[in-house]
Design a protein around this ligand. Structure first.
Ligand SMILES: [Fe+2]
Length: 194
């Protein structure tokens, strides 16, 4: 797990994300057990394998994902999602309130979105950094035009700033990092009543 965490941190650093000061401490947290009973959901497994095969821009991270990535605690969370999006994404919270390593102050991990999938506009109180590591998808901030973002792109969403992500032919893997007010209860998505 620690080798994965180092590769994860190195990917952020290579992308010039220097505002993630808390990451270094979290990476040095005690070794955590991976959870073999938790795997990528079956419906997403093909997309997951495609995405990590295309992760070659970050070779250390790719190696660790092949080694232990499918034994991380992939989940779909408890937040309400539109029917069109349910079951088409999964994520790992490496560190956070529900994370493989506990923290009440920050939350970060990995995100997988199936190809040909619309993640509608949503927002939350936490400031959010994304680093695209596999798959070029269309990303939107506020009501601006969607922009194709390639692996290596660092994207920042301010507190409560709406954003959306649409995948086309390729599945997406992105690293995410939340700081500030990280309560899930502030999360809202278009198409779902609060
Ligand atoms: Fe977000």
């Amino acid at each position: 797990m620690n080798a994965l965490m180092r590769a994860y941190a190195n990917a952020w650093s290579a992308a010039g994300a220097h505002n993630l000061a808390a990451l270094a401490n979290a990476v040095e947290a005690p070794e955590q057990q991976t959870a073999p009973e938790n795997t990528v959901p079956a419906a997403l497994r093909q997309d997951y394998l495609r995405a990590i095969t295309s992760l070659s821009r970050f070779p250390d991270l790719q190696r660790e994902m092949f080694r232990i990535g499918d034994r991380l605690a992939w989940m779909q969370g408890t937040m309400k999602m539109p029917d069109s999006f349910k079951g088409r994404f999964t994520y790992v919270e490496l560190v956070g309130p529900c994370g493989m390593t506990a923290s009440d102050d920050i939350s970060f991990g990995l995100y997988l979105q199936q190809c040909d999938t619309i993640y509608p506009s949503h927002w939350h109180a936490a400031q959010e950094d994304y680093l695209v590591v596999s798959g070029t998808a269309l990303w939107q901030i506020d009501s601006q035009d969607f922009v194709a973002q390639e692996p290596g792109t660092h994207i920042v969403h301010g507190s409560n700033q709406p954003h959306a992500t649409t995948t086309l032919q390729e599945p997406l893997i992105a690293l995410w990092f939340w700081q500030g007010d990280i309560r899930d209860s502030t999360y809202r998505v278009v198409g779902v009543d609060a």
